[in-house]
Design a protein around this ligand. Structure first.
Ligand code: CMC
Length: 431
């Protein structure tokens, strides 16, 4: 039995409380201070949850200093190299990689749930043609709540699984339809003979008038990108999904809340910012000036797609996606497209420049995912939607893990009140 404790003493009253310490399988132990208010009459203060573990989880582990990312214990590089996005979803949701039969059964489920209720067409039609795909995604995923009343009992394990399978199966169709709606293109129905990733590409880019030819390297690049973005522990959008779920809200509403959180530029928008930066630089000859701006203390410009809050050594996802990105550009003969030439030159300079080396600023996953998505012809305003498509696997798995624990307490942070002290109402004429 673990008997490690940390004692917190109120220096004014001299009263102490021994907080139990809980060990993690990997990573920092945590101080369990749930009893603090009862014992010492105090709360902890931790804006942005910089030091607060909000839950127990078996799904993902990150060691930012060592550049480690594990899902269900498996290193991300092994998953990216050997598995598919659906296998990773199975691992996140069920806790284990699927057997061959389980994988077939998962694909069968994807096939039976990949189409959308025709009623959703009128929901799409309600959006302006120039609506941002993320606005549509929040709306359409939230609207799914209105279609599955008979199977949304969140305390029923089978219902939760069915909601998860429906969501994962429908996300490519929903996202592709968002794109096609804004373009005025006819929706394309999914095809059961295609893989999960092929289906998305097919629904995005095919025309009903001709046969669609897949590029294997492009399919592989997108599959890798989805695997690398599938889950990342208790980030802002995942914590939002858990918080919404703690109120017993239905899973579609919870995922819609996660999508809304991801939309913010501080979270899901970095890959888009990378391309906007490359467009701003315009030409390789402008790079030295740009780098000088980035290094100037008085200039707020940053090299987008470089650095990471958690990974201070390297981003393990970037290592993998870097190679895939180079393969894709080579395959598409796009290495000499101006935008990608700028990207490759920026990468080279930054990796050799003392400013970046000293500060451990390596290219992060979004530097390369932005380039990959752009090379695949995915429009800039769909980039965050692509991230959402991948992260739905993590969101729904984290939500399910929380619901499975049972007796979920509603999330309710406390505050440090710094407003006016209690006072008496002043009549209108006397103010
Ligand atoms: N370009 C230039 N300088 C930088 C950059 C950058 N991208 N990132 C950090 N620095 C400098 C910063 O100016 C500071 O220098 P000094 O010590 O001289 O003051 C030093 O490096 C440390 O910076 P910091 O702001 O303390 O680092 P942070 O951990 O708070 O920020 C970050 C992490 C990701 C917000 C930041 O690196 C950044 O803004 N990067 C660009 C945006 C980006 O690519 N974001 C995507 C992250 S990956 C998304 C995901 O995992 O989902």
């Amino acid at each position: 039995m673990n008997t490690k404790t940390v004692t917190i003493t109120d220096d004014t009253t001299g009263k102490s409380f021994k907080c139990p310490v809980r060990e993690a399988v990997h990573g920092h132990p945590v101080i369990d201070c749930q009893a603090l208010p009862k014992e010492l009459g105090m709360f902890t203060f931790d804006p942005a949850f910089m030091t607060t573990a909000s839950c127990e989880s078996k799904i993902t582990f990150i060691d930012g200093d060592k550049g480690i990312l594990l899902h269900g214990g498996y290193p991300i590089d092994q998953l990216a190299e050997k598995s598919s996005f659906l296998e990773v979803f199975h691992l996140l949701f069920y806790g284990e990689l699927p057997s061959a039969e389980q994988l077939i059964s998962l694909k069968t489920s994807m096939n039976s749930h990949s189409m959308l209720h025709e009623g959703l067409r009128s929901v799409y039609n309600g959006f302006r043609r120039d609506a941002h795909p993320m606005a549509m995604l929040v709306g359409i995923v939230g609207a799914l709540s209105a279609y599955y009343h008979d199977s949304m009992d969140i305390n029923n394990k089978r219902h939760r699984e069915l909601c998860a399978l429906r969501l994962i199966a429908k996300m490519p169709t929903i996202a592709a339809n968002c794109y096609r709606y804004t373009k005025g293109l006819p929706y394309v129905y999914p095809r059961n003979d295609l893989s999960y990733v092929e289906n998305f590409i097919y629904m995005m880019f095919s025309a009903p008038t001709e046969e669609y030819k897949f590029n294997k390297t492009a399919v592989h690049a997108l599959e890798t990108m989805l695997i690398l973005h599938a889950d990342h522990e208790q980030n802002a959008s995942t914590s939002t999904v858990r918080l919404a779920g703690s109120s017993q809200a239905n899973p579609f509403a919870c995922i819609a809340a996660g999508i809304a959180t991801l939309w913010g530029p501080a979270h899901g928008g970095a890959n888009e910012a990378v391309i906007r930066m490359l467009q701003e630089i315009q030409d390789v000859k402008n790079i030295p000036d740009y780098i000088a701006r980035v290094k100037d203390k008085n200039n707020p410009t940053r090299l987008m797609g470089f650095g990471h809050r958690v990974y201070k050594n390297f981003d393990p996802r970037a290592k993998i996606i870097n190679q895939v990105c180079h393969e894709l550009l080579h395959e598409l003969n796009a290495e000499h497209a101006p935008l990608f030439e700028i990207a490759m030159e920026l990468e080279r300079i930054a990796l050799e420049d003392e400013y970046f080396i000293e500060r451990k600023l390596y290219p992060n996953v979004d530097f390369y995912s932005g380039i990959i998505l752009s090379a695949l012809g995915i429009p800039l305003n769909m980039f965050t939607a692509m991230f959402a498509l991948a992260r739905t696997a993590g969101w729904i798995s984290q939500w399910n893990e929380m619901m499975e624990e049972g007796n979920v307490k509603i999330g309710r942070p406390r505050q440090l009140y710094v407003g006016a002290a209690m006072r008496d109402y002043v009549d209108l004429g006397k103010r």
